[in-house]
Design a protein around this ligand. Structure first.
Ligand SMILES: *Cc1c(COP(=O)(O)O)cnc(C)c1O
Length: 438
């Protein structure tokens, strides 16, 4: 006897009342579970799922968490990958975020029961890490730091900036346009490739709000070039009352042995910058944040500006930042420091496992990059697992998405940007793709 399959489709109410699905509803929200139920009902009607297997099919269809952002294995070799969320947080920072995510003493002094300064501990950690700074402020990102500085120091006034530093940071956003959007006027000095101290001097006047230096973090100019360093500029501005603000971008606290050309906050301030700005989620390896460090009087002016209230960070950012600064080395720093011999060894071990599983894999040398965080022309030597090119797409679409890249007719999984603890998951993902093909 054949029956209409629609008659056999379990009712939505019946499915939602199933204890396993009700439990999932409490964890993920009823709306999400109901949508999965409707998808499975559709598949039952299409004859793809047996009516008796409905609950299992709904459970398999449910996402692991209520949000739709998924963890991805970054095998691009780009350590700070903007499309993959920039810096991965350290385990210590994740724990700190979880601890701070409920009600927390972010602005309450538990000893007195009174309101306390917000984010004090993260600021203290920043000042310990960068002793050349008298004071610090944390905002949402470095773009917010620039907007706050431009508004507080440059609104209705002039910001002096070299033409070679009119940087587009990505996705069409340009620092000069951002600065002008605050009502500051830009006073461009020099040529694209060359600027001299005299150019800056000639631009100063009663309407000057600040002199700005912006690190060209995503490009290099080579050849007939000349820039004016922070130290020279600071010396020239001494006694003028014009503040010197340096956007270093990358967020290195101190000079990094692997990235000798990348500016850092401590050196920039020690050289005489009045304020130094940076991102929290680039080379610092922390949460998305904008760090403003420097002279106490200027930092206080920014903190008192009404716009600061629109840019201030939440408790979880403060928690993650403090844990990044005080806790164990964050993943970005570990990836930068990774030894080539270790990377090669990991690639060999992984390729061996994959070959044993029937995959045409090989261990190869492959350069990696710092990425959006800086050092645009600074390849880091490293190693990758090479696979046939047709692996790239199914790896991206797998249960644990793996993002590698195709080069010279091979899919490469570059290991510098993969935490060593994730090698097993990487191997499993590749073997799963191979298994589905055979
Ligand atoms: C990345 C970068 C920015 C923007 O930083 P966000 O934290 O992404 O807002 C600004 N300036 C420089 C020099 C940068 O490298």
């Amino acid at each position: 006897m054949t029956t209409d399959p629609r008659r056999q489709v379990p009712r939505t109410d019946t499915l939602l009342a199933d204890p396993r699905l009700a439990g999932a509803g409490e964890r993920l929200g009823r709306v999400l579970v109901k949508r999965a139920v409707q998808r499975v009902q559709q598949r039952i009607r299409a004859g793809e799922v047996a009516p008796g297997a409905a609950v299992d099919a709904v459970l398999a269809d449910l996402p692991p968490v209520a949000g739709s952002l998924r963890p991805v294995l970054n095998a691009t070799g780009v350590v700070v990958h903007t499309n993959l969320g920039r810096a991965p947080l350290s385990a210590a920072a994740v724990e700190a975020v979880v601890a701070a995510s409920g009600t927390t003493d972010v602005e309450l002094d538990l000893r007195t029961g009174r309101r306390g300064p917000r984010g004090e501990a993260a600021i203290a950690a920043l000042l310990e890490a960068v002793p050349a700074a008298e004071a610090a402020l944390v905002v949402n990102n470095c773009a917010a730091a620039l907007a706050l500085v431009a508004t507080a120091l440059g609104q209705g006034r002039e910001l002096v900036l070299a033409r070679g530093e009119l940087v587009e940071i990505g996705d069409g956003f340009r620092i000069p346009e951002l600065l002008e959007s605050t009502g500051a006027r830009l006073r461009e000095v020099g040529a694209t490739n060359r600027v001299a101290l005299a150019d800056y001097r000639d631009a100063l006047g009663p309407g000057t709000g600040a002199v700005l230096k912006v690190h060209p973090s995503n490009f290099v100019v080579r050849g007939f070039i000349r820039a004016v360093e922070v130290g020279e500029l600071a010396a020239a501005l001494q006694g003028t009352g014009v503040p010197l603000v340096a956007d270093v971008g990358s967020g290195l606290l101190r000079p990094h042995p692997v990235l000798p050309d990348e500016p850092d906050l401590q050196t920039t301030l020690a050289a005489g910058a009045d304020l130094a700005l940076a991102s929290g989620d680039k080379l610092l390896g922390g949460p998305q944040a904008g760090l403003v460090l420097g002279r106490a009087e200027l930092v206080q002016r920014l903190r008192r500006h009404p716009l600061y209230r629109a840019f201030r960070v939440d408790k979880t950012t403060l928690a993650a930042l403090e844990a990044t600064l005080r806790g164990p080395l964050p993943p970005v720093q570990q990836m930068l420091a990774a030894d080539v011999a270790d990377l090669r060894e990991r690639a060999r071990a992984l390729a061996g496992r994959l070959v044993a599983g029937g995959v045409a894999a090989d261990a190869v040398d492959a350069d990696s990059r710092v990425g959006g965080g800086g050092a645009p022309e600074h390849p880091l030597p490293g190693a990758a697992v090479s696979l046939p090119p047709e692996f790239a797409e199914p790896l991206r679409l797998g249960a644990t998405p793996v993002v590698g890249y195709v080069e010279d007719g091979r899919t490469l999984l570059n290991l510098r940007s993969v935490p060593p603890g994730a090698d097993d998951a990487l191997a499993d993902a590749v073997l799963e793709v191979a298994r589905r093909w055979t």
